[in-house]
Design a protein around this ligand. Sequence first.
Ligand SMILES: *[C@@H]1O[C@H](CO)[C@@H](O)[C@H](O)[C@H]1NC(C)=O
Ligand SMILES: [Ca+2]
Ligand SMILES: [Ca+2]
Length: 208
Amino acid sequence: QVKLLTEGQRSQQREWPCWFSVLCWQLLLLLFTVSVSFYTFIHVLSSKPSSSGVYIKSDTCPKCEEGWELHGGKCYYFSTRDSSWYQSRDDCRRGGGDLVKIDSREEQSFLEVRVRQKMNKDDDSFWIGLTDSKEEGKWLWVDDSPLNTSLAFWSGTQPNNYPYVPEGEDCVMMEMKRGADDLKCWNDVPCIISLKSICEKLVSTGRV
Ligand SMILES: *[C@@H]1O[C@H](CO)[C@@H](O)[C@H](O)[C@H]1NC(C)=O
Ligand SMILES: [Ca+2]
Ligand SMILES: [Ca+2]
């Protein structure tokens, strides 16, 4: 009887460490998996910038400041504050850019769609960086480059230099909430009227 009891106690003693060790192994395995995952994660993170040029390139992806929209390597700001052409230009420059210069049909297309989305009323309009204030009929962009006539998007009979004011109409805006025919939505108007505006600047590239 004594011997049987001892064997029973022994088997109980054997069961306990066995059950314990299974739990123990599971915990160890879990700990191991977690450490390996964590190490891999840290290793991938720390090796990213130095491992190859591909990563460096992705770190210097083009980006725009908050409020500016990235398109075709440029940043655009659609100001909904109404002001004169000159005041609008000053505001763009203060933000590190200038009123927009349109260099391609693709850019005109992008802007035409965006301003129409941003127009609340039919007569909402946006200044662009084109003017003939230096010499009547000689259209210059804000960087002093002449307007390429095959990249002009005058609406209807514009520019007409209509004499609302003695100096005529020397500054250009984009209009037509209803949609322009073949992207032609430019109109020359007096520079002193208050309109919304489109600023443009180069993207800033830098590490994230
Ligand atoms: C004007 O624009 C057209 C169309 O993009 C282009 O083919 C032409 O070279 C440009 N002319 C000048 C003087 O930049
Ligand atoms: Ca004019
Ligand atoms: Ca006009």
